[in-house]
Design a protein around this ligand. Structure first.
Ligand code: AHR
Length: 795
């Protein structure tokens, strides 16, 4: 097999192709990237955030608790936006009593010799209380201690502490030694050593992992985080409103995080922009479009106007001069230079007709005022189906610059779909693959993603941006799996997927180069090539009665199976004793939900490790999806929203015609999909060139469990001095190009080991490479990724 790379024939610019997506999910902000060590610092946790929360979540009584009363107060608060505070009354004497904060994971994590800044707002009720603050061990052993003489008005107290030990399970204690009553509104312990030393900044180790990736952009702050909640800005569970995240942290109103926890908003829009600038990534904020697709609430009139205005003001905040209202606010916050906002997402995977007019209102206002901003629409939560098509249609109609596509699929899907975008047009709206992952953190998953990424790069005429999701997960607060980086309060683990992402970002290149394969072996197919196999019925979170079940071979007209009724309970499978060898067949039945909250599932083409099922209703009773199961992992083939009503009889029909599948409900077409057998090419590759140094970068991915030899030919007139596409601009004075190439190869492969976080380890290898002429042989180990970076020899 031969890969011929034309080192001077550029196909298109790769621009900002590979970036990252930060969503505050899995405690990615509080308890994650945001460096605050105290959990529930404003005593604002509440059951709206999570039914288990209350104002004293993460605070525990300590000491002489028999004489201690502690509660949450709200009279005459320190901060109107965060009106709750700790009330601590001690009626004993001579012994200490109070509370301590449990931090995140095992506690508050401190490192010996490092400095931490404590900030506390407190008042004494009787004007003579002395509040004792201590950094201590979980055993109670004091590391550092200080007493504050309180006034009977709210005051801010600060203390800089040097940790005398390293302890990932430390506590921050607030106690009274004498009888008295105190109120505490805010307690923060922040490491001085944040990323780039920023105040109110990021946890250094996590931030450095992101910086090391060299992402071209960062999408933030969500995800579903952005568009789930109340339309009313004042509500505790409001949609994400960026303006609430600015200014002094004590005044930022606590909000429910849609992933079931508490948001301090300490990591706000200013910090996001600053962080993007610090790591050299272009900011790509996502705004809610005045519509919550999960609850179908949509803003109108004045309320919609608020969302439009928020969008306009955000651009002004990021890019406006000090003579503009929001630009001035940015300057006052400490950043006179613009944040150079180029991209803006309006909405995140919305489905529902209500979305489009609201998208249009925001889009049009932004276009008129800021035509230079690239606006991003959305194609819903899946890679195909009704909302996918509608999203694209509307984005085209409005003239969006990009459309944000999301998919979480089995690794085999990513391998089979590496050419998904090959035939997409090279005109706007372009593709933004804003969320993707292959449902696992093994090396095989990472490998499948690497394979898909070569396809994204090869289709960069159409795909302009892409980022994996989710980025972060605190191991003790998991909402979603898999994730790119796992951590607890003092450690971080890079997944195999992280290594692939990093490698592709570091070695993206600026130009896609033309390449072609010669003598490429036939692709390998798995999971069979025909939709034959067994049929099963299932009830999804319901009790279901299936009646008049008939399966007909459409070629012979033979009835292959017939049954009067099958009654099924919750997730129990009703195996139909028939093995279909037919090419073209129809499965038909009536289905009625007798009780429960879900609906129906008809499994067909069940064969070995592959099957397809049509799910109606599902756990949240909102979808109609054709889903393929490949080796235990799912890939949604097409999707539509649908609600199943109780005691309504639905006539269901599935027509399988070769690889074409159509579903019908009550005689009306529900969806159609083309089944693609799983295929893997013998090798995947993408070639690019770095503008700054003329380096040729070849990315190779071998997804097969066999070693592969290939010849790589570097073609082009570049070898002749003066005809180099970069016209010698990377040559030093007196330097000339000569024959041959020099460089190195970075290789990744899974090693199967595990680390403290239970992740598969990967082996990385770096080798020098010297190529005498314009061709060389390369052997790719089984299931491996290689980055070959070559530079013309100089003399
Ligand atoms: O990445 C996790 C979630 O997946 C995102 O919040 C959402 O956009 C998608 O459904």
């Amino acid at each position: 097999m031969k890969l011929v790379v034309n080192t001077e024939k550029t196909v298109c610019r790769l621009g900002d192709l590979f970036g990252i997506f930060f969503e505050d999910i899995n405690h990615a902000a509080d308890g994650g990237l945001y460096a605050e060590l105290v959990r529930n610092r404003s005593f604002e946790c509440c059951p709206v955030d999570n039914p288990d929360y209350h104002g004293l979540t993460a605070w525990e009584a300590i000491g002489d608790t028999k004489w201690l009363r502690f509660a949450v107060g709200e009279e005459a608060p320190a901060f109107a936006e965060n009106p709750h505070y700790l009330v601590m009354e001690y009626t004993g004497k001579g012994r200490k009593a109070g509370v301590w904060n449990l931090g995140f994971n095992t506690g508050i994590s401190v490192e010996k010799g490092k400095r931490y800044y404590l900030t506390i707002y407190a008042r004494g009720v009787n004007r003579k209380e002395k509040l004792c603050i201590a950094l201590c061990a979980g055993t109670g052993q004091i590391y550092a201690e200080r007493e504050l003489a309180l006034e009977n008005t709210w005051n801010k107290y600060e203390w800089s502490i040097e940790a005398p030990v390293t302890d990932a399970g430390a506590r921050l204690a607030l106690t009274l030694a004498q009888a008295g009553s105190v109120h505490v509104a805010y307690v923060s312990l922040f490491p001085a050593d944040t990323f780039r030393g920023r105040q109110n900044g990021m946890r250094k180790d996590l931030a450095e992992l992101l910086e090391a990736m060299h992402p071209k952009f960062m999408r933030f702050p969500g995800g579903c985080l952005v568009h789930t909640g109340s339309l009313n800005r004042e509500d505790r569970d409001s949609l994400y409103r960026w303006k609430d995240t600015l200014g002094e942290v004590e005044h930022r109103p606590a909000r429910k995080n849609r992933w079931g926890y508490h948001q301090t908003l300490g990591l706000g829009y200013y910090e996001y922009f600053q962080f993007c600038e610090d790591i050299g990534a272009k900011p790509l904020p996502v705004l809610p479009a005045g519509y919550d697709p999960h609850h179908h609430c949509a803003a109108d009139g004045e309320l919609l106007g608020e969302f439009v205005q928020d969008a306009l003001d955000l651009v002004e905040f990021a890019n406006g001069g000090s003579d503009t209202r929001w630009g001035k606010i940015r300057c006052e916050l400490g950043h006179p230079a613009p944040f150079k906002l180029e991209y803006l997402g309006i909405g995140n995977e919305e489905e529902g007709e209500e979305f489009y007019p609201r998208y249009a209102a925001i889009h049009r206002a932004l276009r008129e005022c800021f035509p230079e901003i690239k606006l991003i629409g959305t194609s819903g939560p899946f890679a195909a189906g009704h909302w996918y098509e509608r999203g694209w249609e509307e984005a085209r109609r409005e003239g969006a610059d990009l459309v944000d596509e999301h998919f979480y699929m089995a690794p085999q899907w990513f391998i089979s779909n590496s050419r998904r975008y090959e035939d997409f047009p090279g005109t706007p709206p372009y593709v933004f693959v804003g969320e993707y992952a292959s449902k696992g953190n093994t090396w095989y998953h990472a490998l499948a993603e690497a394979c898909f990424m070569t396809g994204l790069q090869n289709s960069s005429h159409a795909v302009k941006l892409a980022c994996y999701a989710p980025l972060f997960c605190n191991v003790d607060y998991q909402d979603w799996k898999p994730d790119l980086i796992w951590y607890d309060n003092h450690r971080a683990a890079e997944t195999p997927n992280y290594h692939v992402q990093k490698l592709f970002m570091e070695n993206q290149g600026d130009w896609l180069l033309s390449q072609k394969w010669e003598d490429m072996p036939e692709p390998v197919f798995s999971g069979g090539c025909r939709l034959s196999g067994g049929v099963d019925l299932q009830a999804e979170y319901a009790k279901v009665l299936y009646r008049n079940i008939v399966i007909v071979d459409e070629d012979t007209k033979e009835t292959l199976y017939q049954a009067d009724e099958i009654c099924l309970d919750d997730e129990r499978c009703g195996n139909i004793p028939v093995w279909l060898n037919a090419e073209n067949y129809t499965i038909q039945m009536e289905a009625e939900r007798l009780s429960g909250r879900g609906g129906f599932a008809v499994h067909f083409a069940v064969c070995g490790n592959r099957e397809i099922f049509w799910r109606l209703g599902g756990s949240s009773n909102k979808d109609s999806a054709l889903i393929e199961v490949i080796e235990g992992q799912t890939a949604v083939m097409t999707y539509q929203t649908r609600h199943i009503e109780e005691h309504r009889i639905y006539s269901l029909r599935i027509e399988i015609r070769g690889r074409h599948i159509e579903t019908l409900i009550d005689g009306r077409r529900e969806q159609a999909a083309e089944w693609k057998p799983m295929r893997a090419e013998a090798m995947y590759a993408s070639s690019s060139m770095d503008e700054k140094n003329g380096d040729i970068i070849i990315k190779l991915v071998n997804v097969l469990p066999v070693r592969q030899k290939l010849e790589i030919v570097l073609e082009g007139e570049h070898s002749l001095e003066g005809k180099h596409p970069l016209e010698g601009k990377h040559l030093l004075e007196g330097e000339h190009l000569s024959d041959g190439w020099e460089g190195h190869v970075l290789s990744l492969a899974g090693s199967g080991g595990t680390d403290a976080f239970g992740l598969e380890q990967i082996a990385t290898k770096e080798e020098q490479l010297s190529v005498a002429r314009d061709a060389f042989e390369w052997e790719a180990a089984e299931e491996s990724v290689h980055i070959i970076r070559l530079r013309r020899r100089r003399r």
